[in-house]
Write a protein that binds this ligand. Sequence first.
Ligand SMILES: NC(=O)C1=CN([C@@H]2O[C@H](COP(=O)(O)OP(=O)(O)OC[C@H]3O[C@@H](n4cnc5c(N)ncnc54)[C@H](OP(=O)(O)O)[C@@H]3O)[C@@H](O)[C@H]2O)C=CC1
Ligand SMILES: CC(C)CCC[C@@H](C)[C@H]1CC=C2C3=C(CC[C@@]21C)[C@@]1(C)CC[C@H](O)C(C)(C)[C@@H]1CC3
Length: 417
Amino acid sequence: MTPQGSQAPLEFGGPLGAASLMVLLPVTMLHLLLVAGSEPARLLGPPPYLPGLEELWSPQALLLWLAWLGLQAALYLLPARKVAEGQELKDKSRLQYPINGFQALVLTALVVGLGVAVGLPLGTLPEMLLPLAFASTLTAFVFSLLLYLKALLAPASALAPGGNSGNPIYDFFLGRELNPRIRYLDFKYFCELRPGLIGWVLINLALLVQEAKLRGSSSLAMWLVNGFQLLYVGDALWHEEAILTTMDITHDGFGFMLLFGDITWVPFTYSLQAQFLLHHPQALELPMASAICLLNATGYYIFRGANSQKNTFRKNPSDPRVADLETISTATGRQLLVSGWWGMVRHPNYLGDLIMALAWSLPCGTSHLLPYFYLLYFTALLVHREARDERQCLQKYGLAWREYCRRVPYRILPYIY
Ligand SMILES: NC(=O)C1=CN([C@@H]2O[C@H](COP(=O)(O)OP(=O)(O)OC[C@H]3O[C@@H](n4cnc5c(N)ncnc54)[C@H](OP(=O)(O)O)[C@@H]3O)[C@@H](O)[C@H]2O)C=CC1
Ligand SMILES: CC(C)CCC[C@@H](C)[C@H]1CC=C2C3=C(CC[C@@]21C)[C@@]1(C)CC[C@H](O)C(C)(C)[C@@H]1CC3
């Protein structure tokens, strides 16, 4: 039996907020897909037209989507170069995770390359984005329901701290079980890094190919967006093990929010800049392109530096790369860094991520707000995420966290926020 009505405070506006988000997020995604292909490309205006069910629903798109999930699951189950252990769980056990995400990216590139060589029309993918996104949304709802039902059979120790309020809508949205898995296939870990992230760069690539077909060559702006986002995804898969200490894996249950976010929202909205560029070509001069590359490199340097510093420290505080950093001791026995990247602001990794988000939008010019959607959404997501993390850290570390906040007063942007 699983406990109902856990005392964790309700987040995301409770059941009403959760229900609204479950409608709003898919509608926003479909709106963005429609608007990106339209002439005025207005983020805040109405969509160019309202698609009928016959345009959204396509059995071929559903089959293609399921085949994609199947391919990624098969690649996940291949032998891995390393098996990593997750954080300690409530019952003191640790789960095992295969580290073969980068291998999956390379093998996917080979499979797609082979497919193209035998005539797979990659350039037609952009025309299928709407039905694919719809099929992906349907699968997210169905899988979330299966996860909700699976959690009914899970022991109490397997449940997430939130997501077990007893309200079915809220719990369906937030996710009840912390690490739902069937044998070695851990659904949350699989979804967080594979089908969505790799799908995102594949969609970008198809948009680049299609642009070359339409206009004779791919634009510099399209190359930059593809290159920056491939670096981001490649980096995430290369440092796959680091995901095991993120809030999503250690704290959040696996429900509609993360599942839809991972497999639907990421590939179909994070590729918005490339979608925009296919329909709205932008001239980009070399000096401007160089400045944008420098901005992306700066963001990446901060993002990677901060994330690696924390991961190295969490794995082994005596590692020579972090042993000289100043720390605060906490009652839990864990320490908090107060110098290096984590002495600059309390979330230096968010700062680097936001700088990169700006660099991904700039190649699209300044005539439209639409390609800046990611930057706006991401700022809101990270500000909200930062507040959630602060609450959890205050609960975990108490006075030591207050001392950290006193020593490092800014959250994300030095001297501003
Ligand atoms: N592209 C996208 O859509 C998204 C990207 N991201 C990115 O994912 C990455 C991970 O983000 P997220 O999981 O939110 O959070 P963090 O990687 O920032 O992890 C927060 C945790 O780090 C530990 N921590 C905080 N301060 C310190 C300190 N001073 N010293 C040591 N440990 C500390 C605490 O956990 P503990 O003490 O228990 O170790 C805290 O709970 C970020 O780079 C973020 O930008 C996130 C969301 C969406
Ligand atoms: C739209 C919903 C309200 C919220 C959905 C949120 C999800 C899209 C994001 C939650 C945390 C994420 C992370 C990444 C992608 C987006 C989601 C799933 C991440 C995999 C991107 C690549 C990074 O290098 C990372 C650090 C591995 C990220 C981890 C968190």
